[in-house]
Design a protein around this ligand. Sequence first.
Ligand code: PMP
Length: 312
Amino acid sequence: MEKNKTSFNISDIFNSASNIGGTGIVLLNKIIKTSSHGSKLYAKLEGLNPGGSVKDRPALYMIKNAVEKGLIKENTSIIDSSSGNTGISYAMIGALLGIKVKIYAPSNMSEERKKIMRLYGAELVLTPPEESHDGAIKRASEEYERGGKDKYYMPDQYNNTYNPISHYETTAVEILKQTGGNIDYFATGIGTGGTILGVGKRLKEYNDKIKIIAVVPDSEMHGIEGWKYNYSLNFYGFDADKIIDDFVKVDTEGSYAALKKLVKDEGILCGFSSGANVYGILKLTAKYKGNFVTVLPDTGSRYLSTRVFSEF
Ligand code: PMP
């Protein structure tokens, strides 16, 4: 292999990862009964992605862009921090494309997540839980600085515009098609903010009357995996002030009750942030009426060993 020449073919990347995206959407009519609320709630089932979460989409876009720009070469490893879902997506796509993956994550993430990443062949570096995600981000960045650009490619999902672009080009387009564009509100939580900004921007371009609402935790100790309390929205070309119209705060108990309803009444085994999104929308129906859309970001099967499902 010629030095610095990539062995990856862009069309191969999209062909072999063509099962990412294209997820189903369902009407949650047990949770929001149109007759009593005067509203409808549609939820996109992101747990149906091959990596089990919404993060397959940005991971694929960020990696594809890096290959395209020659930032990932023959011996480059992908290095990043992740609460779990993005790490799993990197690991899955890395396995598919033969790219090494090294993930920094707090050691208290679920055992299933650790196992899944390792099964795909990723190297996992566990960081002290008291440092939370910020500690994992810092340590991954330090190792990236030590190894340099020849050794590593760091997607940096918190600042990589291909994160929201993936949602702008896929998630949002699918939502518009699946609902016929008949949407009044899109509401979801914030981890990196890729979903809300990417989907929100596209929906507003389609119809500027669609309101984009962020569902945020009411306390720092919320326990909702995938969400950040002190988030920053920092993506080139996606201006949060122009995209997000309103916020709704949710507490952990209400989110947990909504998760229970999703599993037991709607038959959807999803993660905690799905419950939190749905609870946020339930609260919003007191103020707004119309067609709501949200995403259920991941499958519940990777939380089976955690407290979330221990007394369900
Ligand atoms: N829920 C879960 C389970 C997640 O893994 C994430 C991603 N961190 C989110 C919600 C938030 O998505 P985003 O990063 O696009 O804001």
